[in-house]
Design a protein around this ligand. Structure first.
Ligand code: URA
Length: 419
């Protein structure tokens, strides 16, 4: 007879590793409901304190991945590679990267999620587009991969159902910041998407789950090791999150910023980060022609808007109104109040800081991500100089009260040095 759940909790509490069979049994109980919340909470707290070695993290990830559906897309004529970001403020990378990766010869089964905590989710940004569906069937995902080279779909309840219950319990028991469980949570879902390899964008800084580079590297290395052990070669890069990525925070605004990037414009930091991730994807999928050449190829595709058409085609395939895809500025939801915040205190100033958490709080006060119309445009970012009377933020809100709250958060978010 195997150990009781109580024995396993005790073993974990005392710092012993759980073996593969024990983890499988626990995950089975988590999915079928036979493991009560009380025991799950105690187990998670033991994991939080004692951690887990690589072998055990692999077991958790495998058991959680295998608790639901796993997609496979055999017979495609291009390498299947996915990207995952650990979550940031203003991170609209996936919207640009999927069509860019496709234009570079890869296919990206873009399984993605909703907002988590202060970080915006790709699904929320996509759903700003009227009519768009993300609850795709397997054959709809396949059709997207075959035709446009990507399909945006939600990691729904059929994928890694164990993670749903475990994440909810982590949230309630203050055990979210547990590295092995972060790794198994992320990978159990990501390894269902049918991709052959994976690039991880591990965010670091005040606006990320990982505040220090040391912790971010630790997470990146664990993610790569566990994914590779489960048959999915992976690599990671750190993505700075000490300020928002790009200028826009809020679904419609971010959608438009992603489109600008696909048209060769958009903010430089967003473009540069997307290009580096595309180069990582080329390397891991064996299509690289050398970093310098890869960068030039990716940059040229953006400059010539060569990935834009397939982005529009994918949106229409997924139900977006063609007229809305033709004229997104007109079609995307817009806020009723658009208010600029001006630089008023100095004749001339250098922006020295923009706290992403406070910008995220401003967007949340406006109703983001629930309301796709609202958000913040950061018109002045660190390193830039602005003169008196020039705008530093543009706030998009649907009520006077929420705009006033956002103004308060944004006033705290920005630091300006007098020149
Ligand atoms: N994202 C996830 O999906 N899970 C975590 O635990 C943390 C970030």
């Amino acid at each position: 007879m195997g150990s009781s759940t109580r024995d396993l909790i005790q073993a974990k509490r005392d710092g012993h590793a759980l073996d593969d069979a024990d983890v499988k049994r626990l995950v089975g109980g988590i999915v079928d409901g036979s493991l009560p919340d009380l025991e799950l909470g105690a187990l998670l707290m033991a994991l939080q304190w004692q951690g887990a070695e690589l072998e055990e993290t692999v077991s958790w990830t495998r058991a959680m991945r295998d608790s639901g559906r796993i997609l496979t897309f055999e017979g495609l004529d291009r390498p299947l590679v996915d990207k995952h970001s650990t979550g940031g403020v203003g991170d609209k990378v996936t919207l640009v990267l999927a069509p860019l990766a496709s234009a570079l010869g890869m296919a990206m089964p873009t399984m993605t999620g909703r907002s988590l905590g202060h970080t915006g989710g790709t699904i929320d940004k996509l759903l700003a587009m009227p009519g768009l569906r993300v609850d795709l069937t397997e054959s709809e995902v396949r059709a997207g991969l075959e035709n446009e080279g990507f399909a945006f779909f939600e990691a729904g309840p059929e994928f890694a159902p164990a993670d749903r219950r475990i994440y909810a319990a982590r949230d309630r028991t203050a055990t979210v910041p547990c590295l092995p469980m972060i790794v198994s949570s992320i990978l159990s879902k990501k390894l269902c998407s049918g991709s052959e390899s994976l690039v991880l964008d591990v965010k670091v800084g005040r606006g990320a789950f990982m505040h220090s580079k040391e912790l971010a590297h630790e997470l990146g290395e664990a993610l790569v090791e566990v994914a590779s052990r489960l048959g999915c070669p992976a690599r990671y890069r750190l993505g700075g999150m000490d300020q928002p990525l790009g200028r826009a925070v809020g679904s419609s605004l971010e959608f438009l910023e992603a489109l600008a990037c696909l048209q060769g414009g958009g903010p430089q930091d967003l473009r540069a980060h997307v290009i580096e991730l595309a180069c990582d994807m080329l390397e891991i999928s064996g299509l690289s022609e050398g970093r310098i050449k890869d960068r030039a190829r990716a940059g040229a595709i953006l400059d010539r808007a060569q990935a834009l058409e397939r982005f529009g085609a994918a949106l229409i395939r997924q139900g977006a109104d063609p007229a809305a895809v033709e004229d997104p500025v007109e079609a995307l939801p817009r806020a009723s109040i658009v208010q600029k915040m001006l630089m008023e205190d100095h004749d001339e100033g250098l922006i020295i800081d923009l706290d992403p958490m406070l910008v995220a709080q401003a967007a949340a006060a406006l109703g983001s991500p629930g309301d796709p119309a609202v958000g913040v445009e950061c018109l002045a970012k660190p390193g830039e100089v602005r003169s008196r009377g020039e705008p530093i933020f543009r706030i998009h809100g649907n009520s006077r009260g929420s705009v006033a709250l956002a103004v308060r958060r944004l006033t705290e978010a920005i630091k300006i040095d007098v020149l």
